[in-house]
Design a binder for this molecule. Sequence first.
Ligand code: ADP
Ligand code: GN1
Ligand code: MG
Length: 375
Amino acid sequence: MSRNQNQLRAVCDEFFIYGDYLVAVPFGTGHINDTYQVTYDQGGIRLHYTLQRINTSIFKKPEELMENFSRVTTHMLNKIISAKLRTVKRTIRLLSARNGKPFVVDAEGNYWRAYIFIENARTYDIIESEMHAFKAARTFGDFQNDLVDLPGARLNETIPDFHNTPKRLEALNAAVKADICGRLKDVGPELDFIMARAGDCSRLVDLCTAGDIPERITHNDTKLNNILIDDVSGEGICVIDLDTVMPGLVHYDFGDMVRTGTSPAAEDERDLSKVTMRFEMFEALLRGYLASADKFLNPCEREELPFAGKLITLENGIRFLTDYLQGDTYFKTHRPNHNLDRCRTQLKLVSSIEEQFDAMHKLLKDIGPRSAVKK
Ligand code: ADP
Ligand code: GN1
Ligand code: MG
């Protein structure tokens, strides 16, 4: 639903923001929340804020989600303060609302939050250089590392079984069986491709159950456009989109970096000949991630990093196909067959990863433990 300026201004009025509201404009290319950049006039100076409506049909317990959000951002801020001037890193900073909470609930029951807009930085849907990939991956590794000592109880699971790939496959099978939109007839090759890889789906959850890889706090949505890259230095300065920060496996994060950082084509590209895993980008992501994460990864976690790229890409293919069959109710879509197009790019990327799998493992071996830092 699109909202007019009066509605958006009324929401903003519920937050402690000094100055006069000027305008709010839709912002970014995320598939889940409604995001706006809001401009205020503060005594002649224009300042920006980010305003977001949380998607509560996806995040069913927004107050638990915001509890995680506050704990994580406070912890990140404390890390930044204790590093004094030795870091360029930033964190999302939530604004307080007049109700004393970091969010507002409007008359229709929508949950809104606002934070300081980080200037002179931007997100990229497609990675432009190896250095960009290296720095972004290192920043996500630092993020995991920073959360190793998060105090307090286990974080809330904002979406249960979010990366439980066998359950994602079950959901696809249920959507196939129901075929509520009559779209099953269009997806034969995609289904065959996925079902031929059904055996891969439980690999990581099984290793976790066996105790070979530990649960950690992970971001779980490390799409490369969920990191703000500084315009001048090219450093990954701020990890954003913290709704899914919760207990998880490091592979969910590294896998999604491979999924979103290695292909030169958009996630919804229709010309599949453009979709491929660029090995040099994989190498940059692996080196960047290990530059930070080798401090804490165990050997089994490390060994499974190439597989993570394949699995999380397959998992997204499964999710896009499920949503297509169910009538496009989860991901925002902007054209007919959008989710099917997205599914196809994911499956093409899986094939490309499979073709290079041996080389990916060889690279991991060649890098050797704890020597990955590339200047
Ligand atoms: P979604 O869950 O829908 O992907 P995000 O939290 O990723 O929502 O926000 C959408 C977009 O808004 C981001 O890709 C980014 O471009 C922009 N954005 C979000 N937070 C900030 C911020 N604090 N400063 C600057 N831009 C931001
Ligand atoms: C969604 O919120 P956004 O656009 O960064 C989704 C991810 C998918 C991604 C696919 C909460 O991410 O899990 O991998 O789209 N987020 C949620 O592009 O489902
Ligand atoms: Mg996002």
